[in-house]
Design a protein. Structure first.
Length: 231
Protein backbone atom coordinates (compact mmCIF):
# COMPACT_ATOMS: atom_id res chain seq x y z
CA UNK A 1 0.00 0.00 0.00
CA UNK A 2 1.38 3.38 -1.04
CA UNK A 3 1.36 6.16 1.58
CA UNK A 4 0.64 9.39 -0.32
CA UNK A 5 1.48 12.96 0.61
CA UNK A 6 -2.12 13.68 1.58
CA UNK A 7 -2.09 10.89 4.18
CA UNK A 8 1.16 12.19 5.66
CA UNK A 9 -0.14 15.79 5.69
CA UNK A 10 -3.33 14.72 7.44
CA UNK A 11 -1.27 13.12 10.21
CA UNK A 12 0.92 16.23 10.51
CA UNK A 13 -2.13 18.53 10.60
CA UNK A 14 -3.77 16.49 13.38
CA UNK A 15 -0.52 16.48 15.36
CA UNK A 16 -0.06 20.25 15.04
CA UNK A 17 -3.72 20.91 15.89
CA UNK A 18 -3.51 18.80 19.06
CA UNK A 19 -0.19 20.39 20.02
CA UNK A 20 -1.51 23.97 19.65
CA UNK A 21 -4.73 23.13 21.51
CA UNK A 22 -2.77 21.58 24.39
CA UNK A 23 -0.29 24.46 24.37
CA UNK A 24 -3.19 26.89 24.77
CA UNK A 25 -4.61 24.62 27.49
CA UNK A 26 -7.90 24.02 25.69
CA UNK A 27 -10.13 21.72 27.78
CA UNK A 28 -10.93 19.37 24.85
CA UNK A 29 -7.98 19.39 22.38
CA UNK A 30 -9.39 16.33 20.61
CA UNK A 31 -11.90 18.61 18.85
CA UNK A 32 -9.00 20.39 17.13
CA UNK A 33 -7.74 17.04 15.84
CA UNK A 34 -11.19 16.16 14.51
CA UNK A 35 -11.55 19.49 12.71
CA UNK A 36 -8.07 19.14 11.17
CA UNK A 37 -9.17 16.08 9.20
CA UNK A 38 -11.80 18.06 7.27
CA UNK A 39 -9.59 20.74 5.67
CA UNK A 40 -6.75 18.80 4.00
CA UNK A 41 -7.10 19.22 0.22
CA UNK A 42 -5.03 18.10 -2.80
CA UNK A 43 -4.03 21.64 -3.93
CA UNK A 44 -3.17 24.90 -2.17
CA UNK A 45 -5.96 26.67 -4.07
CA UNK A 46 -8.53 24.13 -2.90
CA UNK A 47 -7.13 24.42 0.61
CA UNK A 48 -7.61 28.20 0.49
CA UNK A 49 -11.19 27.79 -0.75
CA UNK A 50 -11.76 25.08 1.85
CA UNK A 51 -10.68 27.20 4.82
CA UNK A 52 -13.11 29.95 3.76
CA UNK A 53 -15.96 27.45 3.41
CA UNK A 54 -15.03 25.60 6.61
CA UNK A 55 -14.98 28.83 8.63
CA UNK A 56 -18.43 29.69 7.27
CA UNK A 57 -19.71 26.21 8.11
CA UNK A 58 -18.15 26.38 11.56
CA UNK A 59 -19.77 29.76 12.25
CA UNK A 60 -23.20 28.64 11.00
CA UNK A 61 -23.06 25.45 13.05
CA UNK A 62 -21.99 27.35 16.18
CA UNK A 63 -24.63 30.07 15.83
CA UNK A 64 -27.49 27.63 15.24
CA UNK A 65 -26.31 25.47 18.13
CA UNK A 66 -26.33 28.44 20.52
CA UNK A 67 -29.78 29.56 19.29
CA UNK A 68 -31.26 26.06 19.68
CA UNK A 69 -29.80 25.51 23.14
CA UNK A 70 -30.92 28.93 24.39
CA UNK A 71 -34.41 28.44 22.96
CA UNK A 72 -35.12 24.69 23.39
CA UNK A 73 -32.32 23.16 25.46
CA UNK A 74 -30.03 20.32 24.40
CA UNK A 75 -32.39 17.34 24.41
CA UNK A 76 -31.31 14.70 21.88
CA UNK A 77 -34.46 15.35 19.81
CA UNK A 78 -33.47 19.02 19.57
CA UNK A 79 -29.96 17.97 18.45
CA UNK A 80 -31.48 15.75 15.76
CA UNK A 81 -33.77 18.51 14.51
CA UNK A 82 -30.86 20.96 14.48
CA UNK A 83 -28.81 18.50 12.42
CA UNK A 84 -31.52 18.31 9.76
CA UNK A 85 -31.77 22.10 9.57
CA UNK A 86 -27.98 22.46 9.36
CA UNK A 87 -27.81 20.05 6.40
CA UNK A 88 -30.66 21.81 4.57
CA UNK A 89 -29.12 25.24 5.17
CA UNK A 90 -25.62 24.20 4.07
CA UNK A 91 -26.97 22.63 0.87
CA UNK A 92 -28.99 25.78 0.13
CA UNK A 93 -25.84 27.87 0.56
CA UNK A 94 -23.92 25.45 -1.72
CA UNK A 95 -21.50 24.58 1.09
CA UNK A 96 -21.84 20.82 0.59
CA UNK A 97 -18.22 20.06 1.54
CA UNK A 98 -18.61 21.72 4.94
CA UNK A 99 -21.70 19.83 6.10
CA UNK A 100 -19.59 17.39 8.13
CA UNK A 101 -17.73 20.06 10.09
CA UNK A 102 -20.88 22.14 10.61
CA UNK A 103 -22.60 19.10 12.14
CA UNK A 104 -19.59 18.34 14.34
CA UNK A 105 -19.54 21.97 15.52
CA UNK A 106 -23.26 21.97 16.28
CA UNK A 107 -23.20 18.68 18.20
CA UNK A 108 -20.05 19.60 20.16
CA UNK A 109 -21.55 22.93 21.24
CA UNK A 110 -25.04 21.61 21.94
CA UNK A 111 -23.58 18.94 24.20
CA UNK A 112 -21.81 21.65 26.22
CA UNK A 113 -22.75 21.57 29.92
CA UNK A 114 -25.35 24.19 30.87
CA UNK A 115 -23.06 25.89 33.43
CA UNK A 116 -21.23 28.77 31.70
CA UNK A 117 -22.69 27.56 28.40
CA UNK A 118 -21.68 30.52 26.23
CA UNK A 119 -18.11 30.60 27.53
CA UNK A 120 -17.62 26.86 27.08
CA UNK A 121 -19.26 26.98 23.63
CA UNK A 122 -16.87 29.76 22.61
CA UNK A 123 -13.87 27.73 23.76
CA UNK A 124 -15.03 24.66 21.82
CA UNK A 125 -15.62 26.78 18.70
CA UNK A 126 -12.09 28.20 18.99
CA UNK A 127 -10.68 24.69 19.42
CA UNK A 128 -12.36 23.57 16.19
CA UNK A 129 -11.03 26.63 14.37
CA UNK A 130 -7.49 25.74 15.50
CA UNK A 131 -7.89 22.41 13.69
CA UNK A 132 -9.05 24.09 10.47
CA UNK A 133 -6.16 26.59 10.55
CA UNK A 134 -3.62 23.83 11.24
CA UNK A 135 -4.71 21.93 8.12
CA UNK A 136 -4.41 25.05 5.98
CA UNK A 137 -0.93 25.74 7.38
CA UNK A 138 0.22 22.18 6.63
CA UNK A 139 -1.18 22.34 3.08
CA UNK A 140 0.67 25.60 2.52
CA UNK A 141 4.07 24.59 3.92
CA UNK A 142 4.54 20.80 3.98
CA UNK A 143 4.95 18.72 0.82
CA UNK A 144 3.34 21.19 -1.62
CA UNK A 145 1.79 19.17 -4.47
CA UNK A 146 3.65 18.88 -7.79
CA UNK A 147 1.27 17.49 -10.37
CA UNK A 148 3.10 18.31 -13.62
CA UNK A 149 5.46 15.33 -13.55
CA UNK A 150 2.64 12.91 -12.70
CA UNK A 151 0.43 14.41 -15.40
CA UNK A 152 3.16 14.11 -18.04
CA UNK A 153 3.97 10.49 -17.18
CA UNK A 154 0.33 9.38 -17.09
CA UNK A 155 -0.54 11.33 -20.25
CA UNK A 156 2.37 9.76 -22.12
CA UNK A 157 1.51 6.27 -20.92
CA UNK A 158 -2.20 6.46 -21.84
CA UNK A 159 -1.41 8.06 -25.22
CA UNK A 160 1.03 5.25 -26.09
CA UNK A 161 -1.56 2.67 -25.02
CA UNK A 162 -4.24 4.29 -27.20
CA UNK A 163 -1.93 4.53 -30.21
CA UNK A 164 -1.19 0.82 -29.87
CA UNK A 165 -4.90 -0.02 -30.00
CA UNK A 166 -5.46 2.37 -32.93
CA UNK A 167 -2.65 0.70 -34.93
CA UNK A 168 -4.02 -2.75 -34.20
CA UNK A 169 -7.54 -1.68 -35.18
CA UNK A 170 -6.28 -0.01 -38.39
CA UNK A 171 -4.58 -3.23 -39.48
CA UNK A 172 -7.77 -5.15 -38.73
CA UNK A 173 -5.76 -7.53 -36.57
CA UNK A 174 -7.71 -6.87 -33.38
CA UNK A 175 -10.26 -9.02 -31.67
CA UNK A 176 -13.25 -6.65 -31.57
CA UNK A 177 -14.71 -8.22 -28.43
CA UNK A 178 -11.36 -7.88 -26.63
CA UNK A 179 -11.07 -4.21 -27.63
CA UNK A 180 -14.63 -3.59 -26.47
CA UNK A 181 -13.81 -5.09 -23.06
CA UNK A 182 -10.67 -2.94 -22.78
CA UNK A 183 -12.45 0.32 -23.65
CA UNK A 184 -13.98 1.04 -20.16
CA UNK A 185 -10.54 0.64 -18.60
CA UNK A 186 -9.02 3.06 -21.10
CA UNK A 187 -11.80 5.58 -20.46
CA UNK A 188 -11.11 5.33 -16.73
CA UNK A 189 -7.40 6.06 -17.28
CA UNK A 190 -8.28 9.04 -19.50
CA UNK A 191 -10.59 10.33 -16.76
CA UNK A 192 -7.73 10.13 -14.24
CA UNK A 193 -5.55 12.13 -16.64
CA UNK A 194 -8.27 14.81 -16.77
CA UNK A 195 -8.38 14.90 -12.96
CA UNK A 196 -4.61 15.36 -12.78
CA UNK A 197 -4.83 18.16 -15.35
CA UNK A 198 -7.48 19.93 -13.23
CA UNK A 199 -5.24 19.69 -10.14
CA UNK A 200 -2.21 20.89 -12.13
CA UNK A 201 -4.20 23.87 -13.48
CA UNK A 202 -5.25 24.87 -9.95
CA UNK A 203 -1.68 25.07 -8.63
CA UNK A 204 -0.72 28.67 -7.96
CA UNK A 205 2.56 30.11 -9.28
CA UNK A 206 4.14 33.31 -7.98
CA UNK A 207 6.34 35.57 -10.09
CA UNK A 208 5.45 37.06 -13.49
CA UNK A 209 7.91 35.05 -15.60
CA UNK A 210 6.95 31.79 -13.91
CA UNK A 211 3.26 32.61 -14.32
CA UNK A 212 3.60 33.18 -18.09
CA UNK A 213 5.50 29.92 -18.52
CA UNK A 214 2.88 28.15 -16.43
CA UNK A 215 0.02 29.54 -18.53
CA UNK A 216 1.70 28.19 -21.67
CA UNK A 217 1.99 24.76 -20.08
CA UNK A 218 -1.65 24.83 -19.01
CA UNK A 219 -2.71 25.56 -22.61
CA UNK A 220 -0.37 22.88 -23.98
CA UNK A 221 -1.59 20.19 -21.60
CA UNK A 222 -5.20 21.22 -22.26
CA UNK A 223 -4.70 20.52 -25.97
CA UNK A 224 -2.94 17.23 -25.22
CA UNK A 225 -5.84 16.09 -23.02
CA UNK A 226 -8.32 17.16 -25.72
CA UNK A 227 -6.43 15.13 -28.35
CA UNK A 228 -6.34 12.18 -25.96
CA UNK A 229 -10.14 12.33 -25.66
CA UNK A 230 -10.51 12.52 -29.44
CA UNK A 231 -8.24 9.49 -29.82
Amino acid sequence: MRVGARIVKTGIAITIALFIAQLLKMPSPVFAGIAATFAIKPTIYRSYRSIIDQVQGNLIGALLAVIFVMAFGNHFLVVGLGSVLIIILMLKLKLDDTVGLALVTMIVIMETPSDNFLQTAGIRFTTLFIGIFSSFLVNLIFLPPKYEARLYVRLTHVTEELLKFIRIAARQEADYQLLKEELPGIKERVYKVEQLYTLFKEEKIYGKSNRIERQRKVVLYKEMVAILNLS
